[in-house]
Design a binder for this molecule. Structure first.
Ligand code: FE
Ligand code: ZN
Length: 514
């Protein structure tokens, strides 16, 4: 007798939902202890619509095909010395930020979805989380493999795991995921799948991938595309989980709204790194941060929230402040990294005159008035050999961990900070959004590992700047200098024959990484 061939839907059902069973000798709440702790009311798990009907065997087949293509291109890129075809070596600093700041988040997402999947009783949700968990592991691996080629030629790419866990500014992305992973499973999925992947992911992927394409980095473009097709699935999961929670019970609406408010604001703060990358770090620009925020959040996000209004969901709280801040975000962020370059594992620089003009045209309200004069002052100091550096340790926001350098939404000359009191101590946050998050869960955020506090408490290698930078494993004088003084820059000139004083090498020389 030949076996009956199953239809796609039937096969999917047999290989997912039908694998589940009702427990007989343990109560559900003991098997899934986190399902109720967040206060959500779920009445019927069968209402979970599987947004994509993909079985595990088909999944492995698709992913394997993508891997084969990606690794063939990476190999060709390496054989052809693809690193020499990027616009200029300043571009590599965007990759340093990506590998140290973002790739470890892919790994965190891999862990987070594995944990969330274990805690959700519905098998449809379990399968979706399992696939996303495997996707995220693939993302971190392909990113590390792609960027490892650049690690042979440029500094600042060789120790991303240690740096991600320790260096001050990388505590911003790290704490974002730590916060999500230590929440319950529904908040985790709302944070990552909805607020980040559905609402904000275009603002991370578009600038990095188009930025890579514009700047000749075909290796990064390829891993970007390879991840993008997974992203479509992840975004569908994000929207599905939101609708599921909202449709299960009206009492869920205010809980979900608070999560959307919280994770929108945390995501926006995290994306400040992307804003400076777009406006300052890409030698060939894609679009300005302001244009990207208008297109991907104000327009696309606005339309999404109009759709969700029928569930009683509104735009994320304080979104108006993100619009008021568009004219300032990237400039204030870049200023901070420029003045603290001695403590960063990538190079910064002041824009060339044509780049200043581009910035002035994209930011007519703010650039010439507030930022150009400062940049010209820094440039003058550079010419005099007195590069400006800020040796002080800034106060950090207790929630997002970003140094307190942003200004009030309606006044670009006043630093924005808020104060909360909890159990007799004072806690500082950078904004109304971060203060609300702190005030709702103070017991969580008072435990934050704040880099500056840790340095002052003596937990980061010692009391001097040098000791702390050693503890960060920052290759001092090499990784942490301004671009014009860097080995990356002098190597680049040699390889490209741009420096009349040194002989052009036939072969690119590899740098020695620690
Ligand atoms: Fe990913
Ligand atoms: Zn903050």
């Amino acid at each position: 007798m030949s076996a009956k061939k199953l239809g796609l839907r039937e096969k999917y059902s047999k290989m997912t939902r039908d694998l589940s069973w009702e427990p007989s000798y343990q109560p559900m709440e003991k098997i899934y202890p986190q399902t109720e702790m967040e206060g959500l009311k779920i009445e019927d798990w069968d209402k979970w619509e599987d947004p994509f009907r993909l079985t595990m065997d088909a999944y492995w087949k698709y992913q394997a095909e993508k891997e084969r293509k990606l690794y063939a291109i990476i190999e060709a890129f390496a054989q052809n010395n693809g690193q020499l075809n990027v616009t200029d070596a300043r571009y590599i600093n965007a990759l340093k930020l990506f590998l140290n700041g973002v790739s470890p988040l892919e790994y965190a997402a891999h862990r987070g979805f594995a944990m969330a999947g274990r805690q959700l009783p519905g098998v449809g949700a379990q399968v979706a989380c399992q696939m996303q968990s495997v996707d995220e592991l693939r993302h971190v691996q392909t990113q590390v493999h792609t960027i490892s080629h650049y690690n042979k030629y440029f500094n600042g790419l060789d120790d991303f795991r240690h740096k991600h866990d320790n260096v001050w500014y990388l505590s911003v992305p790290k704490s974002f995921f730590d916060d999500a992973m230590t929440a319950g499973p529904f908040e985790f999925i709302t944070a990552i799948s909805f607020s980040f992947e559905y609402v904000l992911t275009n603002l991370l992927f578009m600038p990095f991938m188009s930025g890579a394409a514009y700047n000749g980095d075909m290796a990064t473009v390829t891993f970007g595309f390879s991840a993008q097709s997974d992203e479509a699935r992840h975004m569908t999961l994000g929207l599905e989980v939101i609708k599921f929670m909202l449709e299960q019970h009206p009492d869920n609406v205010p809980i979900v709204q608070r999560w959307i408010d919280k994770w929108f604001w945390r995501g926006y703060r995290l994306l400040s790194l992307v804003s400076m990358m777009m406006d300052y770090m890409l030698p060939k620009k894609v679009m300005s941060w302001k244009e990207a925020w208008e297109m991907y959040f104000v327009q696309n996000g606005g339309a999404l929230f109009e759709d969700l209004a029928r569930y009683g969901i509104r735009m994320p709280k304080y979104w108006e402040q993100t619009v008021a801040g568009m004219d300032h975000l990237s400039h204030q962020t870049w200023n901070t990294f420029y003045t603290h370059n001695h403590a960063a594992a990538f190079h910064t620089w002041m824009p060339e005159e044509d780049e200043m003009q581009w910035l002035a045209s994209k930011y007519p309200e703010s650039f010439d008035k507030y930022y150009r004069p400062r940049w010209e002052h820094y440039k003058k100091l550079e010419e005099e050999g007195k590069d400006f550096s800020n040796p002080s340790l800034p106060m950090l926001c207790q929630t997002c961990q970003i140094p307190m350098f942003y200004t009030e939404a309606d006044d670009p000359t006043t630093i924005s900070y808020r104060v909360s009191e909890y159990k007799g101590d004072k806690y500082h946050t950078c904004s109304d959004g971060c203060k609300d998050i702190f005030d709702h869960e103070p017991e969580k955020y008072i435990q934050a590992w704040l880099p500056v506090h840790q340095i002052f408490q003596g937990n980061c290698g010692g009391g001097s700047l040098e000791e702390v930078l050693d503890w960060y494993r920052l290759n001092q004088g090499v990784e942490n200098v301004k671009y014009h003084l860097s080995e990356d820059f002098s190597n680049w000139k040699k390889w490209k024959g741009l420096d009349p004083e040194t002989e052009s090498d036939d072969e690119p020389r590899q740098v020695s990484n620690g």
